[in-house]
Design a protein around this ligand. Structure first.
Ligand SMILES: [Mg+2]
Length: 227
């Protein structure tokens, strides 16, 4: 393959997302305790999670836009207690700031440098992480989010949008991610090459042939340098 660009998933590919979401929920709860104590009392973290699940289920049309969904959750939590858009925006900012305090997997900083020397990198995420806030934007030519694009992986259109930003044909673009359907199957269906990051060693479970698989980004960087 003549490599022209690399598109990279973010959550669970560059950093683990579960601890980040736990900390973001906790930060929001602590903010509520100070700013909107009745809400904190009525909706401790487990109840806030249940509300989130309910709001997400009621708005499948916003499945690509976690920012809009989170704000809907905050409205559902805050408005019945007499709070308004100001508190919704403040609460979202508390959550979003914590959501962008990620801890990279140990090899990622070095691997991104190696990958970026080989081809332009474009991030391609269904989540709403901000590479500028995280401090990684210097490695990337551009950032594509499902929220900005209007559709989520595995839609072919979002892969093509990332290729366009990189100025590369899909056939010469390698997409890298942890999710079998959203990342691997989606990329292949959009005409890209795909590499799967299987950190847990779970093995390929889909009926399709197993993709090129790496346990972490160091192995991927070595592979890409050999292309
Ligand atoms: Mg992911």
């Amino acid at each position: 393959m003549k490599l022209a660009a690399i598109t990279l998933d973010l959550d669970d590919t560059l950093w683990p997302i579960m601890p980040v979401m736990d900390r973001a929920e906790q930060a929001l709860q602590e903010w509520l305790e100070v700013r909107c104590p009745e809400v904190a009392q009525a909706l401790p973290v487990p109840k806030m999670r249940a509300l989130r699940d309910q709001v997400f289920a009621e708005h499948p049309e916003l499945g690509h836009d976690f920012t809009a969904l989170r704000k809907l959750c905050l409205r559902a939590a805050l408005l019945p207690h007499g709070y308004g858009e100001r508190e919704v925006e403040e609460g979202f900012e508390v959550f979003y700031a914590a959501r962008n305090r990620v801890e990279l997997y140990p090899e990622v900083g070095n691997a991104l440098e190696r990958l970026a020397r080989r081809a332009p990198l474009v991030s391609l995420s269904n989540g709403n992480a901000c590479l500028v806030r995280i401090g990684l934007s210097g490695h990337f030519r551009g950032q594509v989010t499902a929220r900005a694009h209007g559709a989520a992986k595995p839609a072919a259109s979002i892969f093509h949008a990332a290729c366009a930003i990189a100025g590369a044909e899909p056939a010469r673009t390698l997409h890298v991610g942890d999710h079998p359907e959203q990342d691997v199957t989606g990329a292949l269906n959009a005409g890209l090459a795909a590499a799967w990051i299987d950190r847990e060693g779970q093995g390929w479970q889909l009926p399709s042939p197993p993709p090129r698989t790496f346990a972490c980004l160091a192995g991927l960087a070595e592979y890409v340098e050999g292309l």
